[in-house]
Write a protein that binds this ligand. Structure first.
Ligand code: GRF
Length: 198
């Protein structure tokens, strides 16, 4: 079985990255993490990559807060191409991608979001769900397009909101499911990658 070369982008603690790297290591996921890239120099996700012996890089994002400089995004494309990446996995990457990446990896960039999209795109979606008085929320894996938390939905998992939930308790339960859902969706891409070579 061929292993799907993936690149993981993240800005934070990297618990989804960890879940993916663990499943690769245990052989459950037929993928190969070629590189982990972060726009935050001391992001724990980079330590995670080092612990697993995965190539990793800090990409200085430039002068914008929510996106990369166009030139930097071109640089990112090159880094991922040089690493032979076939699928780009966003795991808490806090910048909106634009044309260089979207064109270079068309329908090959996926993201995980902590709500049942299209409900509650944007920041701290679990708090949005709580504030809206929802009884159910969850997480979504979707293709990335030019809008925030928007592209075609690939899979979702539901989480019941309990009467005594706090933002923290709810977020923690969503993350447990994220760590199941994301690897399983990547597993589907792995199957397709193998299918396409036969
Ligand atoms: C996750 O909750 C994900 O849904 C969102 O960012 C968070 C990243 O968490 N896009 P982690 O860094 O993987 O722990």
């Amino acid at each position: 079985m061929k292993r799907l070369p993936i690149g993981i982008l993240g800005s934070g603690k990297g618990s989804n990255c960890l879940a993916i790297l663990e499943r690769i290591r245990s052989g459950v996921l037929a993928a190969e993490a070629r590189i982990v890239v972060s726009d935050v120099p001391d992001a724990p996700i980079l330590d995670m990559a080092r612990e697993f012996g995965v190539a990793n890089a800090y990409l200085p994002p430039g002068r914008f807060r929510t996106r990369l400089e166009p030139q930097t995004e071109e640089q990112l494309v090159q880094m991922l191409r040089d690493a032979g990446v076939e699928l780009v996995v966003l795991a808490g990457f806090m910048r909106v991608l634009h044309e260089p990446m979207l064109k270079a990896f068309s329908r090959r960039i996926i993201n995980i979001h902590p709500s049942l999209l299209p409900k509650f795109p944007g920041l701290e979606a679990w708090k949005q769900a709580l504030a809206a008085g929802e009884t159910v929320t969850g997480c979504t894996v979707h293709y990335v397009d030019e809008q925030i938390d928007h592209g075609k939905i690939l899979a979702q998992k539901e989480v019941r909101i309990l009467p005594n939930d706090t933002a923290e308790s709810l977020h923690a339960r969503i993350q447990v499911l994220e760590h199941e859902l994301y690897p399983s969706v990547i597993g589907e891409f792995c199957k397709r990658y193998n299918g396409s070579s036969q």
